[in-house]
Design a protein around this ligand. Structure first.
Ligand SMILES: NC(=O)c1ccc[n+]([C@@H]2O[C@H](COP(=O)([O-])OP(=O)(O)OC[C@H]3O[C@@H](n4cnc5c(N)ncnc54)[C@H](O)[C@@H]3O)[C@@H](O)[C@H]2O)c1
Length: 264
């Protein structure tokens, strides 16, 4: 694409950057994925909400439709190659195109490295990392055809070490590398970027004690949790033509968490 093909359909509802486009979003039943589904749909995308939490996933899709948008829910474990092939076939038959793939689902087991068993390691790598390769493999042809874009969800665990997250951190660090790699392999037609969230108030924090939550907030510059919608805004930017000259980058959305040190 070039500057002349920039897409932002301006209506009374504002700039709809995804009008006529189709987006596949994983881990979209809740949290950041759900917020991204709503954001892209509000800007005109038809969204395929993918998750294993069927009730919550259906609610997200139905909520989008009730609000006047286009969405459907598909059950799918992102660690399965067959699921990705089925999704690609479904998207081709139903929509005839795919413009955005947001690979966002994850799995974490919090334990030190010496206590993780092999299955726990493999499961985290499969859902958090392998799924993004499977996504690219399944949708490469469709994205090449549409001149589409991919956004991977990494984490600040890619940048610093935190106790108890060896497999999660390894997967998140690898996602930034994979994003760069795929950007090189599939450019210039397909742009691939990674979003790197810090502490974002989702279900992921349910199991975290109040004192640890407060400590994480204190370690940000903005002194609060981020909202899923604030990450969704970054994903929407990276996936839109506003980011038409941005590929292979990792965009940190962490309220300054990763650049802040309290010591002087
Ligand atoms: N919340 C944070 O503080 C934070 C920080 C950094 C990075 N992230 C990343 O953001 C992404 C979204 O996290 P969130 O906080 O919104 O979590 P969340 O728990 O609210 O949502 C994650 C969703 O992924 C789904 N999921 C889990 N395993 C799946 C599988 N095998 N197949 C399909 N779907 C599956 C879950 O059912 C859930 O709906 C993750 O990649 C996470 O690592 C979150």
């Amino acid at each position: 694409m070039n500057a002349k093909s920039y897409r932002c359909v301006v209506t009374e509802h504002g700039c709809r950057r995804f009008e006529g486009r189709v987006a596949v979003i994983t881990g979209a039943a809740r949290g950041i994925g759900a917020a991204t589904a709503r954001r892209l749909a509000s800007e005109g995308a038809a969204v395929i909400v993918v998750d294993i939490a069927d009730e919550a996933g259906r609610e997200v899709a139905e909520g989008i439709v009730r609000a006047g948008g286009k969405a459907e829910y598909r059950h799918g474990d992102v660690a399965s190659a067959a699921v990705w092939e089925e999704l690609a076939g479904h998207a081709r038959q139903t929509y005839g195109r795919v413009d955005v793939v947001h690979s966002n689902a994850y799995h974490v087991v919090v334990k030190p490295a010496h206590r993780l068993d092999e299955n726990e390691w493999d499961a985290q790598l499969a859902v958090t990392l392998k799924a993004s390769w499977l996504a690219m493999r399944a949708f490469a042809a469709a994205l090449e055809e549409s001149g589409g874009t991919v956004v991977l969800t990494s984490s600040v665990h890619a940048l610093v070490g935190l106790p108890g997250h060896p497999a999660y951190s390894a997967a998140k660090g690898a996602l930034c590398a994979l994003g760069r790699q795929l950007a090189v392999e599939y450019g210039p037609r397909v742009r691939v970027n990674t979003v790197v969230p810090g502490p974002i108030l989702t279900r992921a924090w349910d199991r975290v004690a109040d004192a640890d939550r407060a400590a994480s907030v204190a370690e940000t510059v903005v002194k609060r949790f981020g909202l899923p919608e604030e990450v969704a805004a970054a994903v929407a930017f990276l996936a839109s033509d506003d980011a038409s000259y941005v590929t292979g980058t990792s965009l940190v959305v962490d309220g300054g968490w990763s650049i802040f040190k309290a010591s002087s």
